[in-house]
Ligand binder design. Structure first.
Ligand code: IMP
Length: 203
């Protein structure tokens, strides 16, 4: 039996503006207002695990412990079939530079690696999201969501964030970054995980 969440404000343990905006939009219909980790002055814990759930647990438990409040974290990334699932949990790392994150560089790397292995088209990939809701007493609940699709090059569109400009979700011929942001939010890996979270923890 899933432990219920009560309250109208939820701490979302992320410093990623794109994730936070999508989460705020997804939870608004349930009367829940989200508060981000930056607003609470929380540090970003190091993500030392090699699974989405492991890293999501690190972030959610660190925030719950620091604040005494239930905290929801999101660990996500893109898994590319022809690259044996890479970058996976290292999706954000591929964008890391001395001056912050550069997602054009990360997307170029994904494309170069696909070229190097002469990957066939369509270049299948899936976005994965694992949400963890952790309570200060150490209890947690896990909610996964995935969205299958394929990658295109060059990148297309200005909406969204991260790898959105090169990802075309199944059933569409436009990238996540060409979609209206809130249309993406109806079908994405994050939307699917949030649906499980809402079904399990609310009501
Ligand atoms: P992490 O969960 O903080 O390890 O970072 C996940 C990374 O995956 C983000 O920095 C994004 O680059 C990428 N990512 C996760 N979800 C999405 C999405 O919905 N669109 C585009 N990129 C995403």
């Amino acid at each position: 039996m899933t432990r219920k969440f009560s309250g109208d404000r939820l701490l979302v343990a992320t410093h990623n503006k794109g994730k936070l905006e999508e989460m705020a939009h997804l939870l608004e219909p349930y009367g829940v207002q989200v508060v981000g980790a930056a607003e609470m002055d929380l540090p970003e814990p190091e993500e030392t695990e090699d699974t989405f759930v492991g890293n999501a647990r690190i972030k959610a438990h660190a925030a719950a412990k620091a604040t005494g409040l239930p905290a929801l974290s999101d660990d996500s990334g893109i898994m590319i079939d022809a690259l044996n699932g890479a970058p996976g949990v290292y999706t954000a790392d591929w964008a890391e530079t001395e001056n912050g994150r550069d997602f054009m560089m990360a997307m170029s790397r994904a494309n170069s690696e696909l070229e190097a292995v002469k990957a066939a088209h369509p270049r299948l990939a899936q976005f994965c999201c694992t949400l963890v809701l952790a309570w200060p007493d150490g209890h947690d609940e896990v909610f996964p969501g995935t969205m299958p699709g394929h990658l295109v090059w060059p990148p297309r569109g200005d909406n969204g964030f991260g790898y959105d400009p090169m990802f075309v979700p199944d059933g569409y011929d436009i990238t996540f970054a060409e979609m209206d942001r809130w249309d993406k939010n109806k079908i994405s890996h994050r939307a699917r995980a949030v649906k499980l979270f809402v079904d399990g923890c609310f009501g």
